[in-house]
Design a protein around this ligand. Structure first.
Ligand code: NI
Length: 199
């Protein structure tokens, strides 16, 4: 397998509507294997063919590990999907805001509203029809990757122009939020522990 070069903005292939996959031949199988390897090497959870310079309606997605009751990752619980010619056939009215990044826009993250759950029809790596029901983070990744196949990027869909940060800004913001939460908790404890005056 070969690791492929990931293209980044402003490469125009990222803005094109991708061509449908019509041949599920050996060449396509090799491309898919290389995309999986490239996604894993980049620590990504999804990679669409335009991101490796191929204007094809094809994406690979690998979910985050599931967690047990203690919040520990369950081994081998990641799920791998290969989708060709996908379409979202239904989306929930329920939406959810979340933070996204993109391997083609390195160093940045932004907040995007997505449908909480979706249904997708697609073809698998051999061309067999697939019907998928997805929710939560998995549904979010699918929406992000399917957008790529239409030349759409998450930066087109920010909840607000201001909700776009460098990785470092976002990290510092989260740290500050966590510290503020901790400080509040300490205050709370101190208040209850303090002796009541005049009593
Ligand atoms: Ni992306």
């Amino acid at each position: 397998m070969t690791e492929l070069q990931i293209v980044t903005l402003p490469d125009e292939v990222l803005r094109q509507k991708a061509r449908p996959v019509t041949k599920f031949d050996n060449e396509l199988q090799t491309l898919i294997d290389n995309m999986i390897e490239t996604m894993r090497a980049a620590n990504g959870v999804g990679l669409a063919a335009p991101q490796i310079g191929q204007s094809l309606q094809l994406a690979v997605i690998e979910t985050l590990p599931k967690e047990d009751d203690q919040g520990e990752d369950i081994p081998n619980s990641r799920e791998l999907f290969v989708i060709a010619n996908p379409r979202v056939v239904w989306e929930s009215r329920e939406v959810i805001d979340g933070i996204e990044g993109c391997l083609s826009i390195p160093g940045y993250v932004g907040e995007v509203e997505r449908a909480y759950s979706i249904r997708v029809r697609a073809q698998d790596r051999r061309g067999k029809p697939l019907k998928l029901r997805l929710k939560g983070w998995t549904a979010r990744i699918f929406q992000h990757e399917i957008d790529h196949l239409n030349g759409v990027l998450y930066i087109d869909k920010l909840t607000d122009r201001e909700n776009f940060w460098t990785d470092e800004e976002y990290y510092n913001m989260r740290q500050a939020e966590m510290e503020a939460e901790e400080a509040e908790e300490v205050d709370g404890v101190a208040e209850t522990a303090a002796p009541e005056p005049n009593e």
